[in-house]
Design a protein around this ligand. Structure first.
Ligand SMILES: NC(=O)c1ccc[n+]([C@@H]2O[C@H](COP(=O)([O-])OP(=O)(O)OC[C@H]3O[C@@H](n4cnc5c(N)ncnc54)[C@H](O)[C@@H]3O)[C@@H](O)[C@H]2O)c1
Length: 473
């Protein structure tokens, strides 16, 4: 009797707490399923803006928060800075009051779900720079209240959600998994990919607790066709790094294969096309001038950095980085060889670069190998110009260059034209027809055998270079 008297109040307290947690979960889950929840997205870049509009499209009142006041003002005026987000769509959601952008993080208080989509670059010493994640988390902590769901989407090393976000948010006195819900869900957006969008790209979700996973999954199911729950945030973080490391290493493999084909006098593109006819166990990747963008060259370094603390060396990652970062130099050597074949040198050669963005049909210059190729060409004395319909201006060695107009007279006046990014706006047959030498780093000239006398590719024999091949010793 005495025992029952003593235990009963604490049991009652626990019961009340459990009931409250269940109520919080049910309330949020209901709001998510009814799409009456208020969503907030921190960071309105390539990832955050399309995400925010997908949420708005599903019916959520969505607030996008960014520290860049100019970006926010443009968005509120209906101007989109992301190619995949048409201004008309943005304006429609602004008019319907389903989306708004702001620099006022006070809006987080009203949010039921908060996603964090801020940059995760590398520092100068190639270590992860998680300062943006820390800053965004500090903002969330300032406005955190019970019952909210917080989801990190930025690509980062395994452990970030539990080691950085959880403690920072729990400093408020609220407990993750009990008072608020926490998850990691990597973003897989592929800029300029019209086939795979936020909606039809499956979303991996790893919650801190089963309740966190259940809520995060319920949220994404409202605007993503397929949600893939995994057992923890760390598993989800690692899955994203596997995806991008897989790509990074396979690109390194074909880059090395291209160099092997150069030596052997075999066309690497023909080799890849033949191998790709195997209906199982093979996936084609293609060589190029080097890696670019905010993801593929950067993310594997996050994994390698994390493993250093365990005295584990990520050997594939470091070998792939060595091969991929050498590719701009390989391109420069090809240009030098091509000029040499017509009795010219790099020094003082007029060289026109086509495409400087890191990939087709985007304006993103981050980590673009074109900038390295151009820096190296200039260091060898070349006189550079460039054209990119998506990038009006770049800075090379501290000096600004402006994208030149592709006039009828420009191409024949150049000693060499180097295609580094194969934007779909380029009329390649016309460009090749007017060029004296055309160095193609993307196999954009396939099918143009009639111009074989002037085309030089990475990893393929060239008539201009007299099919020069190095004989085995
Ligand atoms: N770009 C891609 O193709 C892609 C694809 C998948 C995943 N990712 C990952 O998504 C994350 C975001 O990448 P992105 O390409 O969208 O970057 P981005 O640079 O295009 O956009 C990031 C935005 O965050 C804003 N920002 C920075 N600090 C902030 C803060 N403290 N509070 C609010 N806003 C802040 C910036 O002003 C910018 O508008 C990265 O981790 C990246 O690795 C990117």
């Amino acid at each position: 009797m005495y025992l029952i008297f003593c235990i009963a109040p604490s049991c009652r307290r626990e019961l009340t707490l459990a009931r409250r947690q269940t109520r919080k979960l049910m309330t949020l889950e209901r709001k998510l399923n009814e799409r009456s929840a208020h969503a907030a997205v921190i960071g309105l870049g390539y990832v955050g803006l399309p995400q925010a509009l997908a949420m708005a499209q599903a019916g959520f009142r969505t607030t996008g928060l960014d520290v860049d006041g100019g970006r926010v003002a443009n968005l509120m005026a209906g101007r989109s800075h992301i190619e995949d987000v048409p201004a008309a769509q943005l304006r429609r959601f602004l008019r319907a009051r389903r989306f708004r952008a702001s620099t006022d993080f006070g809006a987080l208080t009203a949010a039921d779900v908060i996603t964090i989509c801020v940059p995760t670059p590398l520092s100068k010493t190639k270590d992860p720079d998680v300062s943006y994640i820390r800053a965004a988390t500090a903002q969330v902590a300032r406005h955190l209240r019970a019952g909210q769901l917080v989801i990190l989407e930025s690509t980062t090393y395994p452990g970030t959600t539990e080691e950085i976000i959880r403690p920072a948010l729990e400093e408020t006195g609220l407990v993750a998994g009990r008072d608020f819900f926490l998850a990691f869900s990597p973003e897989r957006i592929d800029p300029a990919n019209a086939r795979f969008t936020v909606k039809n790209t499956p979303k991996v979700v790893g919650g801190l607790t089963p309740r966190c996973s259940r809520l995060a999954a319920a949220f994404y199911r409202q605007f993503v066709d397929e949600v893939v729950p995994v057992s923890s945030p760390q598993t989800a973080e690692m899955a994203k790094l596997l995806e991008n490391t897989f790509r990074n290493i396979n690109i390194a493999l074909v880059n090395e294969l291209a160099m092997m084909c150069d030596v052997l006098g075999v066309d690497v593109y023909e080799v890849i096309a033949a191998a790709a006819t195997k209906p199982f166990g093979f996936m084609p990747f293609y060589p190029g001038p080097g890696l670019g963008g905010h993801c593929i060259p950067v993310d594997p370094e996050y994994l390698a950095w994390k493993l250093k603390a365990f005295d584990v060396k990520a050997r594939f990652i470091s070998l792939a980085a060595e091969i991929n970062t050498a590719m701009p130099q390989v391109v420069v050597s090809k240009v030098a060889e091509a000029l040499n074949a017509v009795g010219k040198s790099l020094k003082n050669a007029r060289i026109l670069v086509l495409g400087v963005a890191y990939k087709r049909d985007v304006s993103d210059l981050r980590e673009s190998p074109a900038l390295t190729v151009m820096t190296l060409l200039r260091a060898r004395g070349a006189r550079l110009a460039y054209h990119d319909p998506h990038v009006p201006r770049i800075v090379i060695n501290g000096g600004a260059l402006v994208s030149v107009k592709l006039t009828g007279r420009l191409l024949p006046s150049q000693d060499c034209v180097v295609l580094l990014t194969d934007h779909s706006a380029f009329d390649v047959p016309r460009l090749v027809a007017k060029s004296r030498i055309f160095v193609d780093t993307r196999n954009a000239t396939r099918g143009l055998e009639r111009f074989a006398d002037r085309i030089v590719k990475l990893g393929a024999p060239s008539a201009l270079l007299n099919g020069v091949r190095i004989e085995a010793a």
